[in-house]
Design a protein around this ligand. Structure first.
Ligand SMILES: Nc1ncnc2c1ncn2[C@@H]1O[C@H](COP(=O)(O)OP(=O)(O)O)[C@@H](O)[C@H]1O
Ligand SMILES: [Mg+2]
Length: 321
């Protein structure tokens, strides 16, 4: 059976004065998936999370969580949600255990239930050695971990994570990603996470929605997104001698004409098989009696990729209104 859409967002809009922070955004999140909301800084990611979690009112559109409108029944919906904000909301002077127990109390768990849940979470998050350590004394990576544990005190079935690995060193970020996957796999928690890191989206997410300047752009599996983005790779190649000005006009090269830049040739490999392009380059070098002395592959950066996808979508709309 197809998993149900646990989050359904349609035509969502939010303005801050004249700024359209969210402009007609629609997407769905399926139950049990890790959903990546990917976009550069200022795209509207945090604003979306805040609206979905009932922390900020929307100006228009629909937000249904498990079939219930968050604006109509915030208490019921919030019981199902755990939120990890970009800045932690825990008490620095309280120990890890006390922070969790205190939150359990706020959620109405009995004393024994919140003690048991806190102990369980400290174990899952590999923080038992820090039980009696004040939150404020933890490293950045462990702080992030406890903040996620805290969001799970009331056993929600949807977890919102706002840029969970931003600011962490590489090993802490990696450990945290593994933990997010574990929570998703073992407990079936649906994860909605924002990131500006394409690599992270690819490593973690089953489905990715790109957002840019308040608009929802391409959506698809991480592999589909990667193909669209890495299809935009450029290659810069340098030969050790002169090549004919039209050296690339031979069978086997389907891209746009390469452009000479500072003694090199810049090729766009969009839509081409990289292996074929490289084979072609070797053959042409041999035919011209020159050697390849340098090849540099440059991926389009994410910002450029977003803009290119945006442009593509606008053109698509003009062609098929
Ligand atoms: N409370 C606010 N008042 C005015 N502008 C805001 C407010 N919150 C966010 N914005 C603006 O809305 C846009 C989207 O912000 P945000 O959702 O925080 O982006 P992201 O999380 O993707 O970096 C940005 O241009 C930001 O400056
Ligand atoms: Mg943000």
């Amino acid at each position: 059976m197809e998993p149900a859409n646990i989050i359904h967002v349609a035509h969502l809009s939010k303005n801050f004065g004249s700024l359209k922070a969210l402009d007609n955004v629609s997407f769905v999140v399926r139950q049990g998936e890790i959903f990546g909301y990917l976009g550069p800084n200022g795209a509207g990611k945090t604003t979306t999370i805040k609206i979905l979690c009932g922390l900020l009112p929307r100006d228009g559109g629909e937000v249904m969580i498990g079939g219930v409108d968050i604006a109509a029944d915030p208490v019921r919906v919030k019981q199902r949600l755990g939120v990890v904000p970009d800045e932690s909301n825990l008490y620095p002077e309280l120990t890890c255990q006390r922070n969790l127990e205190y939150l359990g109390e706020l959620y109405g768990l009995s004393r024994s239930a919140r003690q048991a849940r806190s102990a369980e979470l400290l174990t899952i998050f590999d923080l038992t050695a820090k039980t009696a350590t004040p939150f404020g004394a933890l490293s950045r990576g462990l702080k992030r971990r406890l903040t996620i544990a805290a969001a799970l005190v009331h056993a929600p079935d949807i977890l919102f994570l706002d840029e969970p690995t931003t600011g962490l060193d590489v090993p802490s970020a990696k450990a945290l990603r593994a933990l997010i996957q574990q929570i998703n796999r073992q407990d079936g928690v649906t994860v909605f996470l924002t990131t500006h890191n394409l690599f992270e989206a690819e490593a973690l997410c089953h489905y990715v929605q790109i957002i840019h300047q308040g608009q929802a752009l391409a959506a698809g599996t991480a592999q589909e997104i990667r193909r669209r983005v890495t299809g935009r790779k450029t290659l810069e190649i340098a030969f050790d001698g002169p090549v004919p000005g039209d050296w690339w006009q031979a069978p086997g090269y389907q891209g746009r004409p390469p452009v000479p830049v500072n003694g090199r040739w810049r090729l766009e490999t969009a839509g081409q098989d990289l292996h074929q392009v490289l084979t072609f380059l070797l053959r042409r070098a041999e035919a011209a009696g020159v050697r390849i002395i340098d090849v540099e592959a440059g991926g389009a950066n994410l910002e450029e990729a977003f803009l290119a996808i945006l442009q593509e979508q606008r053109q698509g709309k003009q062609e098929n209104p």
